[in-house]
Design a protein around this ligand. Structure first.
Ligand SMILES: [Zn+2]
Length: 72
């Protein structure tokens, strides 16, 4: 009855923080069906959305607010 649970370990993604030297990722529950992760090394929380355009969104909040004002 000794079954190694390596599958659980291999499913963990690496820490997305480029400054993180020692990636120590743990599961952090799920939010709206998406798995959440937490790096204990650098205290970074991240989810499966990592890697999508939203993750690297660099539009300043002010610019977005202005765009909304124009639409109104
Ligand atoms: Zn990290």
């Amino acid at each position: 009855m000794t079954r190694p649970e390596r599958q659980e370990q291999s499913r963990l993604p690496p820490c997305p923080n480029p400054d993180c030297r020692q990636s120590h990722v743990v599961l952090n529950g799920s939010h709206r069906g998406r798995q959440r992760y937490h790096c204990r090394s650098c205290k970074t929380y991240f989810g499966e959305t990592e890697g999508t355009p939203m993750y690297n969104l660099k539009t300043p909040a002010a610019e977005v607010a202005q765009a909304l004002l124009i639409l109104m």
